[in-house]
Design a protein around this ligand. Sequence first.
Ligand SMILES: [Zn+2]
Length: 63
Amino acid sequence: MIPMRCYSCGKPLSNLWEEYKEKIKTESPKQAMDELGLDRYCCRATMLSTIEEQDIINLSELQ
Ligand SMILES: [Zn+2]
């Protein structure tokens, strides 16, 4: 489910994922990604699209 690397540039993201999830409980995704050093648009897009996929899964589990 969680991409191991950015789809576009290949930057490893899985090691940032848990920290990112913790941060977005109290921060905006933009701020969290800034702090994690995700300055490339492609990496940020990969993280955001992963969040959306997780949200879809969570919603389907509630029904
Ligand atoms: Zn990237």
